[in-house]
Design a protein around this ligand. Structure first.
Ligand code: ZN
Length: 206
């Protein structure tokens, strides 16, 4: 995920402390480097979703099939905004629990520490991540991402429950471990190498 007002951790920190390699978030790897696809903007007349009316009116339209799939996409993003605070609070609670009790998260945290890295609750960030709906109907969603300079991003609005969050955090921590272990270059067309190496690393690690 590239830009967008609400979510990204600030991008101004120095790179002196950690090796600087540019990473891309999961779910949109590589897309950042290409020109951004055109996004569909909601039109109530076309989609049946109208942010100016009550949420239950919109919900009723979904239930009675008066809203297009595009309208349902915009509706969902709209509700995520309303629930942003609640979602982030829950994400923070899960995070505390995971770093205290989750065997896999604690294990990976130690492995990263062994490589002189640091991933703990201070650099796992809970944020709302807007999805992108492209003109051709493709929906780009992401659960999380890893960036060597900022740590891990967890998309609070996409987390179904604590187990899902545990899987997501662990997945991103493996990327962090990978990064420290191999100092891999994840930019652009080297993404395939990233994926392949991750497979290997996962096996050698677990
Ligand atoms: Zn990944």
């Amino acid at each position: 995920m590239a830009s967008s007002s609400a979510t990204p951790p600030s991008t101004s920190s120095s790179e002196a402390a950690s090796p600087s390699v540019v990473a891309t978030p999961d779910g949109s790897s590589g897309a950042i480097l290409r020109s951004r696809p055109k996004q569909l903007v909601n039109d109530p007349a076309r989609t049946g979703f109208d942010p100016e009316t009550k949420w239950w009116m919109n919900y009723f339209k979904i239930l009675s099939n008066q809203m297009t799939p595009e309208g349902r996409f915009h509706y969902r993003e709209w509700r995520y905004k309303v629930h942003e605070e609640r979602d982030c609070k829950r994400c923070e609670e899960h995070k505390d629990w995971l770093f205290t009790y989750s065997p896999v998260v604690r294990f990976l945290s130690e492995k990263i520490h062994d490589l002189d890295g640091k991933l703990d609750r201070s650099n796992v960030h809970c944020r709302r991540c807007p999805s992108i709906l492209e003109e051709d109907g493709t929906v780009n969603r992401q659960a999380g991402g890893f960036d060597p300079n900022h740590g891990i991003l967890i998309c609070a609005n996409e987390m179904r429950d604590r187990k899902h969050m545990e899987d997501t955090v662990a997945h991103e921590m493996v990327h962090a471990w990978d990064h420290l272990r191999w100092k891999m270059d994840w930019v652009g067309d080297k993404d395939l190498k990233h994926a392949a190496c991750t497979e290997v690393s996962l096996r050698s690690l677990l």
